[in-house]
Design a binder for this molecule. Sequence first.
Ligand code: ZN
Length: 141
Amino acid sequence: MGLKRCLACADAFQTSARVPTQNYCSRPECQRERRKLWQREKRHADGDYRANQLQCQRRWRESHTDYWQQYRAEHPGYVERNRRQQQVRNAMRQPGLIAKMDAIPQVSPLASGTYHLTPAEKGEIAKMDAWIVKITLLSGT
Ligand SMILES: [Zn+2]
């Protein structure tokens, strides 16, 4: 037991009989600092430790290479949204876009006519019979 100064916060603290070599007080942030420095020290000193860490990261990447590929395949809405956002970003980069906006003619999004109505679920087209519906546009130009 003895009085020491914490290496992180410089406050005096009482070392315990159990850990007489203690250099940090028991504050969580000082303990965090201690662990951080220990890890940094370890990475520098211990080549195996460093190699092991790198290997772990590499292994994770290798086992997850198809993660995004699979994600995109299972979330067509995500891909489509990304594609559209990219188109908007590309368009925004064009100079004089704001001025051109007014010149874009107002086009009706839907024309009157006969349509297949297919129920969709979670971005995927459900395996159900499609309805044939007739849509008549009541207003618009
Ligand atoms: Zn401290």
